[in-house]
Design a protein around this ligand. Structure first.
Ligand code: PMP
Length: 406
């Protein structure tokens, strides 16, 4: 059983043999998302905010309804503190550039974790280099969790920001967000969370989490590519200098200086991506209708089953937390001495799509003493039969590879 009918997803419906296990990279899109985007272009397309005519007003309204819908889904009552971006990468760069250059100075400290995706690692590393701050990495416990004792020791009085992921894309580890926030706030640092792998799989209650910013990508949560966002505490956003300049984000432009528009416009320069915002709103409505509790329970069940089936394959090495409850729907592994890229290519022959590589987490791979892993990731449309197909194909791949190399 899946949590969502495969028939709702045109690509999956058109390819019955496809075993899509790469949702941590990007999810498939339900028809309602595609329909909502097409309907926007057919019925409401105009540049929002700019026209005095009715159609532009409709486009403006549609865009703001989408923002309200996504903010509500992520548990943020103040929708104007949700800034739409192209996705998590742009959101983190916004924070590191706009907030970072204002608040982090020579001798300050930035703390990240060993689990981070490059998108939540490199912008902070480069900020530290630019301003002469210390860049420190919190290591992991043996089972792939952030070592909270080490974090407490690393977060010293000169720490300005703790940047951490909600869920690891490479291992599936779910971080203890409230505890990490508590550690950051205890010394007055801000806590910025990369929610790229959190928002699609776990109920996020931004207003309760106390995190200072939460970044996400629409395409990993059934929405289109090219849209995502970041929710930031109003106080921080109001004090922040904009990082991109142009249309929409200004109030008055004088010859010598400019004043800024109110939130959220101050951080959304240029023509916004209305159709993709509308698609994302349709995606979160779809997830809501399924129920995030159901989504989570389904993924735990699939992960538990996958961990069981994969552990039974001789020579297969699993990475990350031992229990399904401690991870999202991600299993990361290596198969004997077969290169993960070869494993992935051999699985593809059976229509099984998995990711192989460093998962944009080279600092993590280095700590795990491997160059790459194979990663299977589950979402609402996957079933136990998909896990069976993965296990069967892995056993075949192993036999084929060893027959070939002797
Ligand atoms: N952080 C994490 C944990 C991710 O998994 C990803 C996407 N793989 C990103 C950030 C970057 O997201 P995007 O490519 O959508 O900007």
């Amino acid at each position: 059983m899946s949590a969502a009918p495969r028939a709702d997803f045109p690509l999956l419906a058109a390819n019955p043999g496809l075993v899509y296990l790469d949702s941590a990279a990007t999810s498939q899109k339900p028809r309602v998302v595609l329909d909502a985007m097409r309907s926007y272009y057919e019925n409401a397309n105009a540049n929002p905010h700019r026209g005095a005519y009715k159609l532009s007003g409709i486009s403006t309204e549609v865009y703001h309804d989408a923002r309200r819908e996504v903010a509500r889904f992520l548990g943020a009552a103040d929708a104007d503190t949700l800034i739409f971006t192209r996705g998590t990468t742009e959101s983190v760069n916004l924070l590191a550039t706009a907030w970072g250059h204002q608040h982090v100075h020579r001798g300050d400290r930035i703390v990240v974790t060993r689990l981070e995706h490059h998108a939540n690692f490199v912008p902070w590393q480069q900020l530290a280099r630019d301003v002469g701050a210390e860049f420190r990495i919190c290591e992991l416990t043996h089972d792939g969790h952030v070592d909270l004792d080490q974090l407490r020791a690393l977060v010293t009085a000169n720490t300005k920001v703790v940047a951490f992921g909600h869920v690891s894309n490479a291992l599936g580890t779910i971080n203890d967000v409230p505890e990490i926030v508590k550690i950051a706030h205890a010394i007055g640092a801000v806590a910025f969370c990369d929610g790229a792998q959190g928002a699609p799989h776990l109920r996020v209650a931004f207003d309760d989490l106390e995190v200072d910013a939460y970044a996400f990508s629409g395409h990993k949560m059934l929405g289109p590519m090219g849209i995502g966002g970041v929710i930031v505490r109003r106080k921080l956003l109001e004090a922040m200098h904009p990082y991109q300049f142009g249309g929409d984000m200004i109030e008055f432009v004088f010859d010598g200086d400019t004043t800024w528009n109110v939130l959220p416009h101050k951080f959304e320069a240029g023509t916004p991506n209305v159709a993709d915002a509308v698609g994302l709103a349709a995606a979160v409505r779809y997830l809501d209708a399924l129920g995030m509790g159901v989504v989570r329970a389904h993924e735990v069940a699939l992960s538990r089953y996958a961990l069981e089936r994969l552990a039974a394959i001789d020579g297969l090495h699993l990475y990350g937390p031992a229990s399904a409850e401690a991870r999202s729907g991600v299993v990361s592994f290596t198969l004997g001495d077969i290169h993960p890229h070869d494993v992935s290519t051999m699985l593809d022959v059976d229509g099984v799509c998995v990711r192989a590589g460093h998962h944009c987490a080279q600092p993590l791979m280095r700590a795990l003493h491997t160059n790459a892993t194979v990663r299977a990731s589950f979402y609402v449309y996957n079933t136990a039969a998909d896990v069976d197909a993965l296990a069967t194909s892995l056993a075949k791949a192993k036999a084929r590879f060893h027959a070939h190399v002797g």
